[in-house]
Design a binder for this molecule. Structure first.
Ligand code: ADP
Ligand code: ZN
Ligand code: ZN
Length: 669
């Protein structure tokens, strides 16, 4: 027989090979391809030989497909919707290193993974799973809405911070389990949501599987096999867990659905939230998207009745939402006669917390000690030699680091341009914040959470566990501390440098800022004592800050919608980004022009094209980047253009890695 094979390469077309045996769609094979051997998936078969020279497949890797038909279908949808080669999508749907042999081999899967705390700290500092509380009336209504879904339906579970969404997820999973249906829960990042994972493992012992990036290859395969064998009908995982081989799916939950980490930033560039909704549709299951700050896209879908909007408007036990205050840093500057890191209000607040033995969190979304080094005499800044960004100074290791490529170099005492010694450290990061706080409050116990201090899962456990136990008074961190955590003794949250995300060259800057502020504010006042939030800004009049004070999402949505409609941006249009790259700057620019001209030649009148223009980050790891944005009122029209572009790129042998198509992009840098 002859089989059509989707090879695991950035190529959309398929290739025909000869096979000795009958092979089902989804079977994995090794095939000769341009003097190499490459993995591919059988996606169809025929009996007549085509009119060209046909090679036999080298060997069969899995004769029975590891991908369930439903997942295979899902992959086809991803491939089409995201204009991603099917072979690459199918490959991404399986854990690396798995093969059909694992399944045949006696017993099923491995032992259940011991959840995250895995012995390093024992159960110390571990948030205990709460007993099944009496549900609030909001929670009961939400649970009823999920329970009564028949067939496929998407619910936007829009619950203010501290409204008890996790308990709703657990009750719903319990219901589906009783009806012999499985549940898939997607979370943005496991390390940041240990609580949810542990609560589920406690509530459903032995039935929960966990899939995330910190697992070893072997652990991942074992967890996957437990799911495949039906031993773990409840799966919690990050992005790629959307492909978990669950059968009888009843419910998919996407927690913190607005999080950008659900978008994969390499081929295949799928959005796990939207893919989850499609999976629920294929399985005729309920999809629940949970958030206190829904994405503009999801809220728009709820507004237009594509999703059902279910609100949790009150915190559990009628706790009040925290009181949010914006501090005008220009006034602080005027009063102090110089730039200050902490406002008087925040300092008073911290002192009061230390005295009352309550806890505080301070968010600054920049790691390192100083954002960049500047020569005060000639204006020279230390830039990365491979990327178009300034190097960040890290004091603990006394190095200048590039946050994009990892380049490290020693800071110099003198300016390499003018030899002056007036090198100035500009813009503080979390490392500096920690050091300053230690100076101001020498007796306080201060912890720091950022990419530098959180290298392993056990680092999270140590610091977050310590904070939970009361061994830490003030926790400083990047956006890592903004999400999901439930620390009842936190009564003050400070936000430093709140203006920075607003200045990003991205149409979602205001949305991101509003989400970050609301989420971090939501960490305050989750216990008996009411919470307070202090946001420091140089532009306190900006609507994002004014609306963050009220924490009324609907008002923000209405305000932001006007801007998005006016500017022809999502959720009111379909958007795609095209990134054109080359190591040679002139070639990158020329190729971008070529792509632009091609798109122009196939566009319809209703489509708007921005660019080509150098990307905001013009160079990363020595690769030059140019960008085009395509906005279209009709998704079908957009799709049609992208397929033509894909065909053009392949026909001209430009290479799928030099022209990158990104459908529904979340990062425009
Ligand atoms: P959210 O994710 O909505 O911010 P969580 O799920 O983290 O909120 O819940 C916040 C806290 O409320 C948790 O400590 C949880 O145990 C508790 N909780 C949840 N439901 C109830 C309830 N019905 N009564 C009392 N406490 C509850
Ligand atoms: Zn200089
Ligand atoms: Zn770099």
């Amino acid at each position: 027989m002859y089989v059509d094979v989707a090879v695991c390469l950035p190529l959309s077309r398929t290739f025909v090979y000869k096979a000795e045996e009958q092979l089902e769609s989804g079977s994995r094979v090794l095939v000769p391809f341009r003097k190499r051997e490459i993995e591919g998936f059988v996606i169809g078969s025929r009996n007549e030989a085509p009119d060209i020279e046909i090679h036999p497949i080298t060997r069969v890797i899995d004769s029975s497909p590891l991908l369930r038909p439903e997942i295979f279908e899902l992959c086809r949808w991803i491939s089409k919707y995201y204009v991603s080669p099917l072979g690459e999508v199918l490959k991404a749907a399986l854990p690396p290193g798995i093969s059909a042999r694992h399944i045949g081999r006696g017993g099923q899967g491995g032992r259940p993974l011991v959840p995250l705390h895995s012995g390093v700290q024992g159960t110390r500092g571990r948030p205990p799973c709460p007993p099944r509380p009496v549900l609030t009336s909001d929670q009961s209504r939400a649970l009823d809405a999920i329970r009564t879904v028949t067939g496929f339906q998407t619910i936007l579970l829009h619950g203010v911070t501290g409204s008890g969404k996790t308990e709703v997820y657990m009750r719903a999973a319990e219901d589906f389990l009783a009806a012999d249906k499985s549940t898939l829960i997607l979370v943005p990042e496991i390390g940041l949501t240990p609580q949810l994972t542990e609560w589920f493992s406690d509530r459903f012992p032995g039935k929960t599987a966990i899939l995330h990036s910190s697992l070893t290859k072997r652990q991942r395969i074992d967890e996957w096999l437990r799911i495949y064998a039906g031993e773990a009908p409840i799966v919690i995982g990050t992005r790629s867990a959307v492909f978990a081989p669950l059968e009888n799916l009843g419910l998919i939950v996407v927690d913190e659905e607005h999080e950008t980490s659900y978008k994969q930033e390499e081929i295949p560039r799928y959005h796990a939230r939207d893919t989850a909704v499609m999976r629920a549709k294929l399985a005729q299951a309920a999809a629940v998207l949970g958030s206190a700050t829904p994405s503009m896209e999801s809220f728009h879908n709820a507004e237009s009745d594509k999703y059902r909007h279910v609100a949790l408007t009150t915190r559990v036990e009628d706790r009040a939402l925290p009181n949010v205050e914006i501090i005008n840093m220009r006034e602080e500057y005027a009063a102090a006669g110089k730039q200050v890191i902490f406002s008087q209000r925040l300092l008073q607040g911290l002192a009061a917390r230390l005295e009352r033995r309550e806890q505080a969190m301070i968010l600054l979304n920049r790691r390192g000690y100083a954002a960049f080094l500047l020569c005060r005499r000639c204006g020279f800044t230390f830039q990365c030699s491979s990327c178009s960004v300034a190097l960040t100074y890290h004091r603990t290791i006394d190095k200048l680091l590039c946050h994009y490529c990892g380049l490290a170099r020693r800071p110099q005492a003198r300016c390499p341009e003018c030899d002056s010694e007036y090198i100035h450290y500009v813009g503080e990061g979390t490392e500096r914040l920690e050091a300053e706080l230690m100076k101001i409050y020498p007796d306080a116990r201060i912890g720091r959470v950022d990419r530098d201090t959180m290298r392993h899962m056990r680092d999270f456990e140590r610091v977050l566990g310590g904070f939970r136990n009361g061994d830490i008074d003030i926790l400083v961190g990047t956006q890592m501390i903004a999400k999901g955590h439930d620390f009842p003794r936190v009564t003050l949250v400070g936000v430093i440098g709140a203006d920075a995300p607003l200045a990003m060259p991205d149409f979602r800057a205001a949305e991101r800022t509003f989400q970050l502020l609301t989420q971090v504010a939501g960490r305050s006042g989750r216990g008996r004592e009411p919470g307070e939030v202090v946001i420091q800004s140089y532009f306190p009049d900006h609507y994002t800050f004014q609306l963050a004070v009220t924490q009324r999402f609907e008002d923000f949505y209405a305000r932001e919608s006007r801007y998005r409609k006016g500017m022809f941006y999502p959720p009111f249009t379909a958007l795609a980004g095209i990134m054109v790259t080359d190591r040679d700057p002139a070639r990158a620019a020329a190729l971008a022009r070529e792509v632009g001209e091609f798109l122009d030649s196939v566009r319809s009148k209703t489509v708007r094209i921005l660019g080509p223009a150098p990307a905001p980050l013009e160079r990363i790891k020595k690769v030059h980047r140019h960008q085009l944005l395509i906005k279209s009122a009709s998704r079908a029209t957009l799709h049609h253009m992208l397929e033509k572009l894909q065909a053009y790129v392949e026909e001209k042998k430009i290479g799928g890695t030099r022209v990158i198509i990104d459908v529904d992009p979340v990062s425009l840098l």
